[in-house]
Ligand binder design. Sequence first.
Ligand SMILES: [Fe+2]
Ligand SMILES: [Fe+2]
Length: 222
Amino acid sequence: MRTSKRARVLAGTGMFLAVVLSAAVGLGQETRPARPEEKKEAGMATTLDNLMTAYNGESNAHARYVEFAKKADEEGYGQVASLFRAAARAEEIHAKTHGDVIKKLGGTPKADLKKPEVQSTRENLAAALQGETYERDTMYPDFMKQAKAEKNKDAMRAFNHALSAETEHAKLYKEALDNLASWKAGKKDFYVCPVCGYTVAKIDFEKCPVCSAPKDKYEKIN
Ligand SMILES: [Fe+2]
Ligand SMILES: [Fe+2]
């Protein structure tokens, strides 16, 4: 009699625990962010997808700016050509960083390189400004949000580096576009951080303001 009562108590406790546990699991499913594979099933972009998109974008931006630099030289805008070369180097650094994170996540970086559409230097600057503005205001902030939700620190760092550099590129392109006539003669020196791609016309800091790399690591490009 005692044994069966004890068994009933144990069974009751077990059921109680099962109910509590399943409720906890249920709650967990409602509150935690979706895992990458679940996002995949739902057709949403994961951080790995976003890294691939960014890798493709940066690779194409690099190719585009190399061509824009040639065109600027042809048209006698030597200083604009320098800016395009510096920005091209920065985009190359971003592509490399994104690619490294993709590999770390088990993916293979792939870029679909399109033939750049080259117009006049004024138009190329306007197109470049538009591209950087989109990356600064929309693309990278969205990618950062997703990487944060997935707690992917490598991706957050890669996206933050690109976001900071694109913000500076947009400023420099705008400056060139607004003062095109004075961006003609000779070349202009720019400095690019080899770690994060931050691009400046003047080094007035000891360490990279974005990634803290020492200033003497900056590459001079003109
Ligand atoms: Fe850029
Ligand atoms: Fe940096």
